[in-house]
Design a protein around this ligand. Structure first.
Ligand code: PMV
Length: 328
């Protein structure tokens, strides 16, 4: 049981997968079929306040000051229901979430959003802070959110049947390796096919799905070993293979999932050209058209300047390894 319900706030950051999660072992428990590794990104912060109140008939959710869509409120309610079950709180919740980075930045806010919501809801229900439980709770809503609970370089292992306690873990703290991510934003607005629908469609129709699931663990291992010895080349080569294998798997679905725009390929090609010119930089893409370039922090300004000139790139954004979730 918890102490008296009250209000709490939490701050969490977006993350970028260096080794991708794509595919669910169990859709109901939202367990990933493959391990993934990410970098938590400063300054891409989401701040969320949750209050359990006796005057509410239903849960409420404001996103950047506006009432969320019904599907978004439903996903928040599922999270609140789990917190209510654990804490014994029966009241409905009012939540307000703000992204301190442009929504059209090309970085999904679901990871930082659900990490902050999980931490704030647990604290508001009077549950003591517990990173492992917070990560597992966030994972039920969005697997990538499990990683945003922690700072630095983070791994979410593949799920095991029935293991609803699955959460992420820290591989290395932010200061372990001074890398930067340069985001090349190539389009405005929401992505066309959300990650859950994309994963289900891929599993159901892509002849490459099994090949992806069996190839992913070795790529995650390579990223992890590259991080351990601070070898950007090793991390970067595995990261590019991970993203291209994930996209290849989606491209082969029926109908194929094509998240790229012309500028996506332009930016990706430019990254490879920059390598030819002696700048050590690697690229990755998620379920959207933006390119995220990984390089040493000391090269980030040069990479941003080069990618900013690629036709179709609207702007660039810089991020560095950041801390895990903070409750206040
Ligand atoms: O956690 P979700 O459902 O938002 O899916 C994230 C999927 C990717 O961003 C494409 C890859 C990843 O590991 O973050």
């Amino acid at each position: 049981m918890s102490s008296t319900p009250h209000q709490a706030s939490a701050r969490a950051r977006a993350n970028i997968a260096l080794a991708k999660y794509w595919g669910k072992l169990d859709a109901e428990l939202n367990l990933p079929a493959v391990p993934s590794i990410s970098m938590t990104l400063d300054p891409l912060v989401t701040e969320t306040t949750v209050e359990f109140r006796s005057d509410l008939a239903a849960d409420e959710l404001l996103l950047n000051g506006e009432r969320a869509l019904d599907v978004e409120i439903k996903r928040a309610t599922q999270l609140f229901d789990r917190v209510r079950a654990e804490s014994g709180v029966t009241l409905r919740a009012r939540a307000s979430s703000k992204n301190h980075f442009p929504t059209a930045s090309g970085l999904a806010s679901s990871a930082s959003g659900f990490a902050a919501l999980a931490a704030a809801a647990r604290a508001a229900a009077g549950l003591a802070f517990d990173a492992a439980r917070t990560s597992a709770l966030a994972r039920r809503s969005s697997a990538s959110a499990a990683r945003s609970v922690y700072g630095g370089y983070v791994e979410l292992p593949a799920g095991r049947a029935g293991d609803d306690a699955l959460g992420a873990r820290v591989l290395f703290p932010p200061e372990h390796f001074a890398l930067s991510i340069v985001v090349a934003v190539t389009a405005e607005g929401r992505k066309s096919v959300g990650s859950t629908d994309g994963m289900t469609h891929t599993r159901d129709t892509s002849p490459y799905y099994e090949a992806w699931v069996s190839a992913a663990p070795a790529l995650a291992r390579e990223v992890s070993e590259g991080l351990a010895v601070r070898d950007l080349g090793r991390i970067g080569r595995a990261m590019e293979q991970s993203t291209l294998a994930m996209h290849a798997c989606g491209l082969a679905a029926g109908p194929g999932l094509l998240y790229w725009q012309p500028a996506t390929l332009g930016a990706f090609a430019r990254v490879r050209e920059l390598r030819g010119e002696g700048l050590e930089v690697y690229a990755t893409m998620d379920a959207g058209p933006h390119v995220k370039a990984l390089c040493l922090a000391s090269d980030a300004a040069a990479v941003a300047a080069a990618l900013g000139k690629v036709p179709g790139v609207l702007r660039t954004l810089l991020a560095t390894p950041g801390p895990g979730v903070e409750v206040f």
